[in-house]
Design a protein around this ligand. Structure first.
Ligand code: NAI
Length: 329
């Protein structure tokens, strides 16, 4: 099986090349360019493509991939909101993903963001480097005995709930399904979670139901001085309303690993560019906001698990088998 990898970085190559000797039926070519309608044509002569979170795998791309004879899309990530599943199904193209490579990697990053904006580590780091050892502007609050609200208690949300529990926090949870592992958590309505939580962390997928889940209305229901963390998908939060909430002093801190405008930024060095119309720039202008660039998954353990599961998915497809890792329309 010949697989064309899109949007690959050095660390992807290193991680997949390390596993490849165990998969003699698979060969890989790596491209730096991302998958989009214009670059899909490059897949001619391959059996499968492998793509990532910021790839554009909408209707046009799928049409092109079908023309090229592609029968398999391997997503080397959990999310698949960027794939037109209906169009893929119409052509009989299978879409396989890596559902849970390291939930702890993302959950630990969510807590890192929560702690950073609480204890102002981003400011403290710069101050001390400038020989400013004063504590002005660094006052935080204890997480111990405060309330954490976890929205979405699947694999990552459950890992975050356990971390919060370990910090001595009361854990509230909201999900359409209750996770029996979390016997220490109290499942409540979204409204109640918003009202009672000191830290709100988002871990549900981006769907039609969850698009702009955090908006002017839901922000108003939150406690004053709340910390909001989003490591799930940017579209869960309506950025304009978040900016409005920050300006109204609603938030003690906001930590974002994902945000609506991220697609052009993710994993790119744009430090020489002037970003003219950027709400991200507006968000970054606030001292209580910390943004990281979709790095929640980025640990050694997660990269190893991603490459192994992606190649296992390819082998399952080759053998005509079925897997729970298939996503369907
Ligand atoms: P999961 O599928 O194990 O859990 C998602 C949970 O959300 C499920 O329990 C589901 O019932 C719940 N849910 C679905 N619709 C809901 C709704 N309308 N309201 C409340 N809950 C709802 O997924 P997992 O592995 O925990 O990942 C969660 C999200 O994290 C992914 O969808 C992805 O967007 C994001 N992610 C971010 C990464 C990063 O690097 N920042 C890396 C990996 C995933």
């Amino acid at each position: 099986m010949k697989i064309l990898f899109y949007d690959t970085k050095e660390y992807d190559r290193a991680s997949f090349d390390r596993q490849l000797p165990a998969y003699p039926d698979i060969t890989i070519d790596y491209l730096k360019t991302d998958l989009a309608p214009a670059t899909a044509k490059l897949a001619k002569g391959y059996d499968a493509v492998c793509a990532f979170v910021s790839s554009d795998i909408g209707t046009k791309t799928i049409d092109e991939l079908h023309q090229c004879g592609i029968s398999l899309i391997l997503m080397r990530c959990a999310g698949f909101n960027n794939v037109d599943l209906k169009q893929a199904a119409a052509y009989g193209i299978k879409v396989l993903r890596v559902p849970g490579y390291s939930p702890e990697a993302v959950a630990e990053h969510a807590m890192a963001l929560a702690l950073a904006v609480n204890r102002k580590l981003h400011k403290a780091y710069v101050k001390v480097r400038e020989n400013d050892f004063s504590l002005n502007g660094l006052l935080g609050f204890n997480f111990h005995q405060k309330t954490a609200g976890i929205v979405g208690t699947g694999k990552i949300g459950a890992a975050m709930a356990k971390i919060c529990h370990g910090f001595g926090m009361k854990v509230l949870a909201y999900d359409v399904y209750h996770n029996p592992e979390l016997d220490f958590a109290e499942y409540v309505s979204l409204d109640e979670l918003l009202k009672r939580s000191d830290l709100i962390s988002l871990h549900c997928p981006l769907t039609d139901d969850t698009y702009h889940l955090i908006n002017r209305d839901t922000i108003q229901k939150m406690k004053d001085g709340v910390i909001l963390v989003n490591t799930s998908r940017g579209g869960l939060v309506k950025t304009q309303d978040l900016v409005e909430g920050i300006r109204a002093r609603k938030f003690f801190g906001v930590g974002l690993d994902v945000y609506e405008e991220e697609t052009k930024n993710v994993f790119e060095d744009r430090s020489d560019e002037i970003l003219e119309n950027s709400t991200t720039a507006r968000l970054l202008s606030f001292p209580n906001v910390m943004i990281t660039s979709h790095q929640g998954f980025f640990t050694q353990e997660a990269l190893a698990a991603i490459s192994q599961t992606t190649l296992d998915n390819a082998v399952t497809f080759l053998k005509g088998g079925t897997t729970e890792n298939e996503v369907k329309a």
